[in-house]
Structure formats: structure tokens, C-alpha cells
Design a protein around this ligand. Structure first.
Ligand code: BGC
Length: 378
């Protein structure tokens, strides 16, 4: 009898020391149940309802995405003392995005960045795209993927919450050949990652280069620009461009130049030595495999963001064309260098550069790309 009582006591003490008095299963459930996804009306475009999806993970991180342009309107990330702040530029309401936007937070396509003179040839046939940037076609043309309403479906898994967006880009839209069926999945994981998976198929050969255009500022809404933030880019080379920002074909070594970010360096440290500021495509050292290619760090707040991607290139754009004419969320004026973009992509104007990695998608093939923006503190 004594032995039985002793055993019961020992088992009880052991069990309670393992879970601090809580059933481990209920603890997991409690964490999971703190993840959520809400859908709110956000307005109407092209006679279609537009919604704002509010994703929250179990650490309290919040990402807001609208199915208009697949735009990420807000990312609330914690600083080193756990204070959340919005680390992307944008507007408080849909109207802002409809009136004027330099692609804040959007999905960019069918072709991210520039195609020279909006012209390219596939199998001997010449195509002419909508021109919207000097003599060139930029970010998919006049009405790119950033300005259309996507179908959206929300989902929740044990690791995160997200939305799956779908858009069918019709043959000849903005001058591009073929019906392109596109899926973009945003997932906010419990590891504080915003993951973006892209998938596209076509019924005619067509150039495809999808990317994401958030303007990040890890200082949040404190009023500081991005010049004091530290950037690392794992790239030995970049594509040299002409005066219209079209690659001339040369991949230039970054060594000894203000383009070298292989050691974390402040964005503003050498920016005045780069004409117009940074707006360049880096040739990433990832060999087409998903790998960390960049890190942005703000030492004041302690916020950190890692970028991983499958893509061969990344456009580092230091918000050079922001000029104070836009007033964004919370009435903040977006002055020059108030946000920066790290757009993972194929090289600009690849359809006219057979020596660059291929961007022509053919019927029967899948275009895929994955990019992860992971938030942390240091
Ligand atoms: C381009 C810039 C352009 C900006 C549009 C970036 O991806 O590289 O040249 O001005 O997008 O806001």
C-alpha cells in the first residue's frame, strides 16, 4: 500500500514539473488559437469587391493584404523590446492606392522591372508592350498585376495563416502573348516569416517575371529614413544599366565600389557616389536554390529582416523617386529614401538578353518562385 501511494505521489510531481501545471496539448492549442485571419471590406474596383485580409500569427505579428494588386498594406513587426510597428510604406485606405502609388507593397507582373522599348521577339515574332516609363515598359505596363483585382481564398495551417490569390491575365493584355494563369500565395508563419509562393502557366510562350514591391523601413513610423539602416546582399556582381536603367549586358564585379554589400554596410554610407541612388539588379550567389540573399538591420530599433529567394536577381531600389509628394499611413510624408525595395526577380530586360537566365515560359511548363521575408531582432 505504502509503495502504491509513493508511486502516485512521484508520478504527480513528475507530471506537474513537466508542464508547469498545464496540459502540454492545451498549451499548443492556446498558441494556435491566437493565430487568426480576418476579412474586411476595403472598397470596390472594376465593379468587383475588394477586401482587406488581416493575418495574425501566434507571436502577435500582423500582416494586412488586399486582393487589389495583391498589395501588402501593412506589416507589424516587433522591435528589440517587443514593440510592434509598421515596417512598410502604404496608405490607410484603398483610395490612396487607386489615386497614386509607386507600386507600394504590390505584386508586380507580368514582367517585373523594364523591357527596353517594350519590345521583344519570340520564335521570330515581334511583340510590342504598353509603354509607361520613358521609352520602356515597366512592371507589366499601364495596368499591371498591381492594379487588378485578384480572386482570394484564405487558409490556415498549423504553421501559419495566409491567402491564395489567383488572376488570369488574358492573351494580349498589355501586349503580352498568351493567357497566363497566375497563383500567388502569401503565408504569415509562426516563425515571423512572410512567405510568397508564385506559380504560373501559359498557353503560349511568354516572358514571366513576378516580384513583390514592398517599401521596407525597419524604423517603422518613427520618422527616420532608411539611410542609417545596414544592408547585406550576397552578390558579387550587378547588371550595369544605361541612362534609361536598361542593362547593357555587362555583369560587373562589385569589389571596391559603392555597390558592394557583401559585408553589412549602411545604405546611406556611399549612396552619394551612386548616380541617382541605388536602383540596380544584383546577380545573386544563390545558384537558383532558395537561400538567404540579403539582410536589412536597423540598430536603433533592433529590427532585422532576412530575405531568402529562389530567384537569380534582386533589384535593390533605395526609394530615390520618393520626393515628399506622397502622404501615406498615419499622415507620414514619404520623403526621398523613406523606404527601400528588395525585389527578388529575374534580370531586367531579359527577353532581349539571351545571355541572361531564361524568362520565357512555354505551354506545359510551370513558372515558380519563392521568396521569404523573415523578421527578427538583434
Ligand atoms: C524600379 C524603379 C522604379 C520603381 C517604381 C523599382 O522597381 O527599379 O526604377 O522607379 O520600381 O516605383
Amino acid at each position: 500500500m505504502k509503495r502504491i501511494i509513493y508511486l502516485i505521489l512521484i508520478t504527480g510531481i513528475f507530471a506537474s514539473s513537466c508542464n508547469n501545471g498545464q496540459n502540454p496539448e492545451s498549451k499548443t492549442k492556446e498558441k494556435e488559437s491566437s493565430m487568426s485571419i480576418k476579412k474586411e471590406p476595403f472598397g470596390k474596383v472594376d465593379n468587383k469587391e475588394v477586401f482587406l485580409y488581416i493575418l495574425k500569427n501566434e507571436n502577435g505579428m500582423v500582416v494586412k493584404i488586399t486582393n487589389y494588386g495583391g498589395i501588402v498594406t501593412s506589416i507589424l513587426a516587433p522591435d528589440k523590446i517587443g514593440k510592434f510597428d509598421d515596417v512598410v510604406l502604404g496608405y490607410d485606405n484603398l483610395n490612396g492606392y487607386l489615386k497614386e502609388t509607386p507600386y507600394f507593397g504590390a505584386i508586380v507582373g507580368r514582367y517585373g522591372n523594364r523591357i527596353a522599348k517594350g519590345s521583344f521577339t519570340i520564335d521570330g515574332k515581334k511583340y510590342s508592350l504598353a509603354i509607361n516609363n520613358g521609352p520602356n515598359s515597366l512592371h507589366g505596363g499601364i495596368k499591371g498585376f498591381d492594379k487588378v483585382v485578384w480572386d482570394a481564398e484564405k487558409f490556415e495551417t498549423k504553421d501559419g495563416v495566409g491567402i491564395k490569390l489567383h488572376y488570369l491575365s488574358k492573351d494580349n493584355e498589355e501586349g503580352y502573348p498568351g493567357n497566363l494563369d497566375v497563383y500567388v500565395t502569401y503565408t504569415l508563419s509562426n516563425e515571423n516569416e512572410l512567405k510568397i509562393n508564385y506559380l504560373a502557366t501559359t498557353d503560349q510562350p511568354t516572358p514571366v517575371n513576378l516580384t513583390h514591391h514592398s517599401y521596407f523601413n525597419l524604423a517603422g513610423t518613427s520618422g527616420r529614413d532608411i539611410l542609417g539602416q545596414t544592408l547585406f546582399i550576397d552578390a558579387d556582381k550587378y547588371t550595369v544599366v544605361d541612362e534609361n536603367l536598361i542593362p547593357i549586358g555587362e555583369l560587373r564585379d562589385v569589389t571596391g565600389s559603392p555597390m558592394d554589400f557583401r559585408k553589412p554596410t549602411s545604405v546611406g554610407g556611399r549612396i552619394n557616389d551612386v548616380e541617382g541612388g541605388y536602383d540596380h539588379n544584383y546577380v545573386l550567389n544563390n545558384n537558383g536554390q532558395i537561400a538567404k540573399v540579403a539582410e536589412l538591420f536597423d540598430s536603433v530599433s533592433g529590427r532585422l529582416m532576412d530575405v531568402s529567394t529562389t530567384e537569380p536577381g534582386m533589384q535593390f531600389y533605395s526609394g530615390n523617386f520618393l520626393d515628399g509628394s506622397i502622404t501615406g499611413k498615419k499622415g507620414i510624408v514619404y520623403n526621398k529614401h523613406f523606404g527601400l525595395c528588395l525585389e527578388t526577380q529575374h534580370f531586367p530586360d531579359s527577353p532581349n538578353h539571351p545571355e541572361f537566365p531564361n524568362v520565357i515560359l512555354k505551354p506545359g511548363e510551370n513558372y515558380t518562385q519563392t521568396t521569404v521575408y523573415k523578421f527578427g531582432v538583434k
